[in-house]
Ligand binder design. Structure first.
Ligand SMILES: [Fe+2]
Length: 234
């Protein structure tokens, strides 16, 4: 990963963060998996301004040993998986334009830091991500197989839903950081399939539209234990 210094954000950019964070208040309360909202609390993320990454990283290193590292924007899969194996999660070193809050040209600091990092305060989630990186790296010389790991990350960590006896929740950072798509994901519009590693390995996706197909976990353990079955299918 090409690690950068975190940029100095302007007051206008801090306001963009605040607007995005505050708009998602009800979504956090009613749609997000509890470990996400716990992570927000534990790490002290708030709508005041873009969080101080050094403070977040101090807390994360005590909790799970992970670090959030600023990068230019989009990471290639091999570099992304290597980062995971080293307990590093890339953070886009910019924030979207306030003229259109629903659009970002690449994963920005709101998507990465708000959508993903709260999960990394949870040891089981964090450990699973490290294992994911280690297993994916075994296939670093096979673009075909890496593409399948990319699909597993997409459907299993960016866009998964999860069922609880009390109802369905969102378990993915890609959904949780988007007001429009999180509401869409829990509506009757997308086709929701049961989490299935073989289907996921063969399911293409587009990054520029709301996901027409989503996968729903029956438990977190189903995700955390899926790597041996996934490896067997690819
Ligand atoms: Fe993401």
């Amino acid at each position: 990963m090409q690690v950068q210094e975190l940029k100095e954000f302007s007051e206008l950019e801090h306001d963009t963060w605040s607007t995005l964070f505050n708009n998602l208040k009800d979504n956090r309360a009613h749609q997000a998996d509890p470990i996400f909202t716990e992570g927000i609390e534990i790490l002290g993320l708030s709508g005041d301004r873009i969080p101080d990454l050094n403070e977040i990283n101090k807390k994360l290193s005590k909790l799970t040993g992970w670090q959030a590292v600023p990068v230019k924007g989009f990471e290639e899969v091999d570099s992304f998986f290597k980062g995971l194996s080293e307990k590093q999660f890339p953070i886009g070193n910019f924030i979207r334009d306030n003229q259109d809050l629903s659009y970002t040209p690449a994963p920005d600091i709101f998507h990465d830091l708000y959508g993903h990092i709260p999960f990394f305060a949870n040891k089981d989630y964090a450990d699973f991500n490290q294992r994911f990186g280690e297993v994916a790296l075994k296939y670093i010389d096979s673009p075909e197989k890496l593409k399948k790991f990319d699909r597993l990350y997409w459907f299993g960590l960016e866009f998964p839903l999860i069922d609880y006896p009390e109802g369905r929740r969102i378990f993915g950072g890609g959904l949780l950081s988007s007001f429009g798509e999180s509401n869409y994901a829990l509506s009757d519009k997308p086709k929701v399939l049961s989490f299935d590693v073989e289907k996921i390995a063969n399911q293409d996706f587009r990054i520029d539209v709301y996901q027409e197909i989503l996968f729903c976990l029956s438990s977190k353990e189903q995700l955390y234990n899926c790597l041996p079955d996934f490896e067997a299918t690819i």
